[in-house]
Design a protein around this ligand. Structure first.
Ligand code: GDP
Length: 425
């Protein structure tokens, strides 16, 4: 059985926690897109961890954790992350890296930084992890697959060819020092030696695992609204954040993905630039951000304060639809316990017309939120495990959101820990 866990919003919905929790019953956990540009914060018996590249199943010794072909693989980063776990006493996880994954090169990070600097005020708010230059090169067919590390003559020739191209831009656009092909080749030899023990034909491994009936989790990064096709283009990430892409980024048949769990946050938060209709500001935002302290409302990757907003039913319903969600997990509900009333954005007013459909970016930029207000529950709901024990107003909030999403909310998360979950049947 293959299940995808994906974000229905802008990312930071708490996918890491849900994956870590469901990994207990899983055999294999796969990252299928993105790179080290977003963090999953996980709190468990070993401590608190911010994972960027590793799948969130690494804390269980019975799981195999896979870096799929769709990932932007930063090899030294991966190794530092593994080390950061073992240093805290986590047993060394079992990891496989797809031989078709492409390598995030040192110059991708440089190009990302130089370009953000060049754009100044018009920048994308990139985490400068090299992700956009990486995927640009992949589709321009000048990327490096892990498999290519093991063919030295071809690798050498390609390094020289690519450096020639990169150095023109470095010199004439960014006025920065050129890349030395010899140095780069040596770096790639180091990468090859580091990654070698983990390299595997992941697609065929998964083919067999599916035949054997293994439980497989596909772990998405970021959320629907950051998808390059269906999100708030161009303020998006550079690889698809959708469950459908899980099939491609892992190398499995699309029809094998039976359950799509969309993780939906009980309020909104976003990092980076882009339209954010239900955004709140000032003291109201600071209050929510501070309460969400535990919920890591300061970005796990950058430490930047996240932008805050009320729950956006228009964006979240669309986010679930575009994921093909079969169920939703509603997270960080506990954080809202301080509010007398909770505004929920139920429509967008675009030039005087109210819509419930998520528009394309030019229209989205002009959208004003239409709110309805629900009563707050004014108490701490952490520790509750039985849905019926939640205050009436809290159940009403969940059920209102469920109706808006048009997807069953099967799980409600009321704390960052593994066991802080309420199952609804
Ligand atoms: P991801 O990228 O979707 O995995 O999300 P992040 O890990 O970046 O952000 C989610 C944050 O919320 C993390 O700090 C989690 O520990 C925390 N978190 C997840 N679920 C809950 C919850 O139900 N309640 C609270 N208070 N925190 C949560």
């Amino acid at each position: 059985m293959v299940r995808a866990i994906v974000g229905a919003n802008w990312g930071d919905e708490g996918k890491g926690k849900i994956t870590d929790m469901l990994a207990k019953e899983s055999d294999i956990i796969i990252r299928f897109q993105g790179g080290s540009n977003a963090g999953h914060t996980i709190i468990n018996d070993h401590g608190k961890f911010a994972l960027h590249l590793l799948p969130s199943g690494v804390f269980y010794s019975h799981t195999v954790n896979i870096i799929g072909n769709g990932v932007a693989l930063n090899i030294p980063y991966l190794f530092n992350e593994i080390r950061s776990l073992t240093e805290k006493g986590v047993p060394a996880p079992k990891i496989l890296v797809s031989d078709r994954a492409q390598i995030l090169m040192p110059y991708h990070v440089l190009f990302d930084t130089y370009e953000e600097d060049r754009l100044k005020g018009r920048s994308f708010g990139s985490t400068k992890s090299g992700i956009a230059p990486f995927y640009s090169d992949k589709y321009a067919k000048i990327g490096f697959q892990v498999s290519e590390l093991f063919d030295t003559p071809t690798l050498k020739e390609k390094v020289e060819r690519v450096c020639q191209l990169k150095n023109v831009t470095l010199e004439h656009l960014y006025h920065k020092p050129p890349i030395d092909p010899k140095e780069l080749l040596n770096t790639l030899f180091e990468y090859r030696d580091m990654v070698k023990p983990y390299v595997y034909d992941v697609s065929s491994y998964l083919y067999n695992a599916i035949k054997e009936g293994k439980n497989i989790l596909l772990e998405g990064q970021l959320g629907s609204l950051k998808d390059p096709d269906h999100g708030i283009y161009p303020m998006v990430t550079s690889s698809s954040t959708l469950a459908a892409y899980g099939a491609i980024g892992a190398g499995i048949p699309p029809y094998e993905i039976k359950t799509i769990t969309a993780v939906v946050k009980a309020y909104s938060s976003a990092v980076g630039a882009g339209a954010f209709v239900s955004e709140i500001f000032g003291a109201q935002a600071d209050d929510l951000r501070r309460r969400g302290g535990d919920a890591g409302e300061f970005g796990a990757t950058t430490g930047r304060p996240r932008r805050m907003g009320w729950f956006d039913a228009v964006a979240s319903r669309y986010g679930c639809r575009i994921q093909g969600a079969t169920e939703a997990a509603l997270t960080v509900l506990d954080v809202l316990g301080y509010l007398d009333e909770i505004p929920v954005c139920v429509g967008y007013d675009i030039d005087g017309t109210v819509t419930k459909d998520f528009p394309t970016t030019p229209q989205l930029e002009r959208a004003k939120p239409v709110y309805t207000t629900l009563p707050g529950w004014k108490c701490d709901i952490r520790g509750i495990r039985d849905y019926k024990k939640l205050p009436k107003e809290c159940q009403d909030y969940v059920e209102f959101i469920e109706k808006q999403l048009e997807v069953p909310v099967t799980m409600v998360s009321n704390g960052p820990g593994r066991s802080e979950i309420i199952y609804r049947t």
